[in-house]
Design a protein around this ligand. Structure first.
Ligand SMILES: N[C@@H](CCC(=O)N[C@@H](CS)C(=O)NCC(=O)O)C(=O)O
Length: 218
């Protein structure tokens, strides 16, 4: 399999986590988004929107990260990503949809503003995003205080979709400019102890370290 990905993208990281979880071998092609490598004619033939990740399995091409996870699970059912029953699969997909629709846009706004050094002048707007994200993190904390994984007894697509964003938020909030925002979330082991324990569980998964963006390495 060929994975076309950008190293520090949460959408690409979730696919690397899923591939490693399933013990699948793949060639990881890291594209440089800054130099528009992902918009080359060859890439646009694979994925007309010019977004990453894209997975090619032989002649079959799939893009959109959650669609990739779904494809992998149907094609390679060992080490399931969407549970072992229709009901469990429904809950996993519901949690993913809720995350992507109601939380991800706020996390994107916060992380992008910190990385672009744009907090000055946008502090109230970004704090509003932070308050929503912190409230949603409370819901995730509630789930993880009852169970080791976001849904069910094993790691699932829900863990692999959500983890890269929360880990990315933790990293972004370590920027000294973001201290006011950080007070709503850090230190994570004090404010969200179940999330911190879940971080350790994910980081202990086999071959986890191969999935981690170099910019985030501990
Ligand atoms: N909904 C898509 C989002 C993909 C996405 O936005 N990827 C970023 C990763 S860096 C990208 O390709 N950005 C480059 C661009 O938009 O030109 C998914 O889940 O795969």
């Amino acid at each position: 399999m060929e994975l076309y990905a950008s190293e520090d993208s949460p959408w690409c990281w979730r696919v690397r986590l899923a591939l490693e979880h399933k013990r699948l071998r793949y060639n990881n092609h890291q594209l440089n988004v800054t130099t528009q490598e992902h918009k080359s004619p060859a890439m646009l033939r694979l994925t007309p929107r010019g977004r990453l990740p894209v997975l090619c399995d032989g002649a079959y091409v799939v893009f959109e990260s959650v669609a990739i996870l779904y494809y992998l699970d149907r094609q390679y059912p060992e080490w399931p990503l969407f549970g072992t029953s229709a009901q469990e699969g429904g809950v996993i997909l519901r949690v993913i949809e809720e995350f992507q629709n109601y939380i991800e846009p706020h996390l994107m706004a916060i992380v992008a503003a910190i990385k672009a050094h744009e907090l000055e002048g946008r502090r109230d707007e970004i704090m509003d995003h932070m308050l929503i994200a912190a409230g949603e993190a409370r819901t995730i904390e509630g789930r993880l205080s009852k169970s080791e994984w976001i849904v069910g007894e094993q790691p699932s697509a829900a863990d692999f979709v959500i983890y890269p964003w929360i880990r990315g938020l933790q990293q972004a909030l370590e920027d000294p400019d973001a201290s006011e925002l950080a007070a709503r979330f850090l230190p994570i082991d004090v404010q969200y102890p179940a999330v911190a324990r879940w971080f350790s569980r994910i980081q202990s998964l086999p071959r986890y370290e191969l999935t981690e963006p170099a910019t985030l390495k501990r």
